[in-house]
Design a protein around this ligand. Structure first.
Ligand SMILES: Nc1ncnc2c1ncn2[C@@H]1O[C@H](COP(=O)(O)OP(=O)(O)OP(=O)(O)O)[C@@H](O)[C@H]1O
Ligand SMILES: O=P(O)(O)O[C@@H]1[C@H](O)[C@H](O)[C@@H](OP(=O)(O)O)[C@H](OP(=O)(O)O)[C@H]1O
Length: 280
């Protein structure tokens, strides 16, 4: 459990009284023991609990670095905005922009990117856990869905596609499975794809040319609106395991995932899901 810091801000009554449970959370820790993993605040802010262990503090350091060092200016476009760290009921939370803010029905998916799920900074036990874990096709495709929310336009409900769904992907069915995330039971939401593909392509271009950091176990948070045509956003989240560049080939792990995801989304957009083949 990390100590609170002098610069942590306490919140006023108005801000605290507007805290709500995060109903659109897709994956990740819902809580850390008796404290919530996330809280939803006013004005499109999301508060992430960083008091649980060293991972929280490491992620906070990364956000603080990105939002203070101008070398990272371009990267800021691809991640939630970090505002401040606050202390609430003796627990530290980072105040971030909520990627789902302004969406009528946010259909979010949490896509872990990278063909490896551990790095040299993980303890040997953690490395072993991740090596042994059955992660389906992630090592081949470079991405896996940790979960997704999809709007069902027929009965007007939001359906959860869980971790089991993400692990049921194979190299043969990956495009068809990904398409399920865009299927609202009336139509395949191809209208949202050009914007999502463009944002992913921009991120890929940035990530492959930068030499500042390497991400491990980070996710793409892809969100489109279940009700509004063409509305979608992509943000990279979860930075507890970033490292500075150790080996020039390390960034290719994430690059592979981004390339394959963009390729699959492009096939879905063209209505060519059946033709998609893993390009070895
Ligand atoms: N800035 C954000 N805007 C909207 N939703 C977010 C944001 N950050 C996180 N979330 C939601 O919370 C979920 C978990 O986020 P995150 O991966 O940061 O948490 P975590 O507990 O560190 O995850 P893990 O268990 O994978 O380490 C995401 O899948 C997403 O639904
Ligand atoms: O996606 P899955 O299969 O649920 O696996 C989890 C995922 O790899 C998280 O990224 C990881 O948290 P960190 O990245 O913060 O280490 C968590 O570790 P944990 O169980 O030790 O929290 C894993 O259980």
């Amino acid at each position: 459990m990390s100590e609170h810091k002098e610069e942590d801000e306490t919140l006023d009554e108005v801000e605290v009284s507007s805290f709500k449970e995060v109903w659109h959370q897709v994956a990740g820790h819902k809580d850390h023991g008796s404290t919530p993993g996330f809280l939803m605040g006013p004005n499109g802010r999301l508060y992430k609990n960083i008091s649980h262990d060293a991972r929280g503090e490491k992620e906070e350091c990364f956000y603080k670095k990105v939002f203070s060092d101008e070398k990272f200016t371009r990267f800021r476009d691809f991640i939630p905005t970090y505002y401040k760290t606050i202390l609430y009921q003796n627990v530290r939370f980072m105040a971030l922009s909520d990627a789902c803010y302004g969406f009528k029905v946010p259909c979010g998916s949490d896509i872990k990117v990278g063909s490896v799920d551990y790095n040299s900074q993980d303890s040997s036990t953690k490395q072993e856990v991740h090596k042994k874990k059955v992660l389906g096709i992630a090592p081949i495709l470079g991405f896996r869905f940790a979960g997704a929310n999809v709007y069902n336009a027929t009965d007007k409900t939001v359906q959860k596609l869980d971790k089991g769904w993400g692990l049921s992907f194979t190299v043969e069915n990956a495009a068809k499975k990904t398409e399920e995330y865009f299927n609202d039971k009336k139509t395949i939401r191809r209208d949202v794809l050009p914007s999502l593909i463009r944002q992913l392509t921009d991120l890929l271009e940035y990530y492959t040319q930068q030499k500042l950091f390497w991400l491990c176990r980070s996710s793409l948070l892809v969100v489109y609106d279940g009700l509004t045509p063409e509305k979608g956003t992509v943000k990279m989240i979860d930075f507890a395991h970033n490292t500075t560049q150790e080996n020039p080939s390390d960034n290719t792990y994430v690059e592979i995932g981004l390339r394959n995801l963009i390729d699959i989304l492009s096939h879905i957009h063209r209505g060519q899901t059946a033709e998609w083949k893993y390009d070895t």
